[in-house]
Design a protein around this ligand. Structure first.
Ligand code: COA
Length: 132
């Protein structure tokens, strides 16, 4: 199934393969690794909206792990800006997996991450004027 046929929200910001080095004690992929992929992907969107091109993660408002990620799954993160503040932005991020073995796509996580645009001194700064 192509991603265009899935009920996905947002743009593709990260695509990688889950590797054995990232497993937990159950043999599935460690939740922290998935979270890290989401944070990196959301950070790309946040940078695009920062007037300096710099942004940091300040909080994760909600996070749900829905299905386990298996070694060898293709892991894709999709992100959408859902709120612009003065210096902060909320980005909704969801993760889907695709298995070339089972030919199945699964929605595995979703969360809302808040990023803050920062200047070269690490202080909050304005977002771009661009409303997109
Ligand atoms: C992000 C950071 C620069 C904000 O500094 P600050 O002095 O708290 O800034 P302010 O109080 O002026 O808040 C700036 C914006 O962040 C928002 N904000 C601050 N803390 C927040 C929190 N915990 N959750 C959500 N938003 C938050 C404010 O609402 C404000 O938004 P607005 O400008 O859109 O209205 C600072 O907290 C920081 O450097 N944190 C560490 C970030 C980091 O290293 N992340 C990597 C993970 S280890």
């Amino acid at each position: 199934m192509s991603t265009s046929e899935l009920p996905i929200t947002g743009e593709l910001v990260m695509k990688t393969i889950a590797m054995p080095a990232d497993t937990n004690a159950n043999g599935d992929i460690f939740g922290g690794w998935v979270l890290s992929q989401m944070d990196l992907g959301g950070g790309i969107v946040a940078k695009a909206h920062s007037s300096t091109g710099r942004a940091v993660t300040v909080s994760i408002d909600s996070m749900a792990f829905i299905n386990p990620v298996k070694v060898g799954d293709v892991v894709s993160c999709f992100a959408q800006l859902i709120h612009r503040g003065r210096t902060s932005m909320k980005i909704q991020i969801e993760t889907w997996t695709y298995s070339y073995i089972s030919k199945e796509s699964k929605h595995v996580t979703h969360g809302i991450f808040t990023y803050v645009a920062i200047d070269e001194n690490g202080k909050p700064c304005q977002l771009t004027n661009d409303e997109k």
